[in-house]
Design a protein around this ligand. Structure first.
Ligand code: IMP
Ligand code: MG
Length: 177
């Protein structure tokens, strides 16, 4: 059986919301030394659209972070890439993430980045999954709240598939992959 995909957020709604987030980020960071730290790989599509709507100067960098494993549920173990090499001391940093689920990834990443002494550290996430058991995470720039279901598209994958879909879809995996 093949995977089942049901539309959740259309490409048009995403486009509109991304423009609003970019305007907010631009307004809040006039004259500031702004760095976008983009979380690989899922946030790349979102970040590419977001940065083209930001009207003030900024620099970008990338960091790898993943909840270990290929399951459709966070494993509880967060593996960070080489966050320590980022040159962000004194910068106003916005971490750009595709989705905050349990919050483990963003919490671990924020802790690692804070050691590098940025002037400020905020989170921009396209999606926030409502997981009742999860501790609250501060997301200054948030695209959409979504229900606690596995989603793909707009950069997000299931075993590396579906990143190229223009909108966000709920996925029910088929049997046998
Ligand atoms: P957290 O650590 O539980 O907050 O999970 C966040 C990370 O898990 C994100 O960076 C995503 O890469 C991945 N993730 C969580 N939920 C989904 C989903 O529904 N689809 C695709 N990836 C997800
Ligand atoms: Mg991710």
């Amino acid at each position: 059986m093949s995977d089942s995909l049901r539309p959740l957020i259309s490409a048009a709604r995403i486009r509109k919301r991304v423009a609003e987030l970019a305007r907010q980020i631009s307004d809040d960071h006039q004259g500031a030394k702004l760095t976008l730290v983009i979380v690989l790989k899922g946030a790349t599509v979102f970040a590419a659209d977001l940065m083209r709507q930001i009207g003030i100067p900024f620099v970008i960098d990338f960091v790898r972070a993943s909840s270990y494993g290929k399951a459709a549920r966070s494993s509880g173990t967060v593996v960070l890439g080489d966050a320590a090499r980022l040159d962000i001391a004194g910068h106003h940093v916005i971490v750009v993430e595709d989705i905050v689920d349990t919050g483990l990834t963003i919490t671990a990443l924020a802790a690692a980045l804070k050691k590098l002494e940025p002037a400020s550290l905020d989170v921009c996430a396209l999606l926030h999954k409502r997981v009742t058991a999860a501790p609250p995470v501060a997301i200054r720039y948030k695209g959409f709240d979504i229900p606690d279901e596995f989603v793909v598209g707009y950069g997000m994958d299931y075993a590396e598939r579906y990143r190229n879909l223009p909108g966000v879809y709920r996925l029910t995996p088929g049997e046998g992959g």
